[in-house]
Design a protein around this ligand. Sequence first.
Ligand code: SAM
Length: 248
Amino acid sequence: TACLYIVATPIGNLGDLSTRAADVLRTADLVAAEDTRHSRRLLDSISADVRMLSLHEHNESQRVAQILERLDAGARIALICDAGTPLISDPGFVLVRAVRDAGHRVETLPGPCAAIAALSVSGLPTDRFVFEGFLPSRATARRRRLRELAGEPRTLVCYESSHRVAATVADIVTELGAERPVTLARELTKLHEQTVTLPAGELVDWLQADDQRRRGEFVLVIGGSEAPPPNETAGLTPERILRELLRS
Ligand code: SAM
């Protein structure tokens, strides 16, 4: 019966593809993927000879109508992304919403996700956390965003590219302070996997010390603010607000 499967794929180590994911990818009528050439290699590795359709941020809206038509006709369709869990800093949200609105089944095949993998080995509190995806690529916007997050008591998780990781850690020092603990998780599940936790100020030097350390894919896990939140609204009872308003 018609169903859209949201299928997580490995973030590096092919052994992390679940048996259930492999079954669905082999038997689906269609696999929608961000980059069909990239994902074809994964499908070939499990001998999944299945039709593919590209679905990326620039064509997602157009693809929705096509996919809905196929589902109406009873198709079983899998959505994958280049690596990890679709929709997590990856396309698919528009599609999932439309498919659900149309009354079709959407099933998850959970698995690797770089954010969760990094958090789980970070040694920073995991009971509550905030996923920020990619911080803005432009320096001014990135610093502004970090400033807004400076008082956030929950652990912060963000994705970063090799081009910007050093600049972002430097911005963390500026906006959150040199003492803020940061875990940098690099190349998770791959040959050069590395996870270090240092005060942000020391992490700047650590990254600077060796070019290799700035290569690959990164997740930054940032300890939450331990300072008590600013209590701007303290003492602002409804009565006092009313009085202030009537006075002006
Ligand atoms: N949907 C994916 C997921 O579930 O993890 C994330 C997609 S996002 C476009 C790609 C980013 O995820 C990379 O820039 C990097 O920040 C992070 N990432 C992906 N694989 C990683 C890995 N093996 N190690 C560290 N970070 C990784």
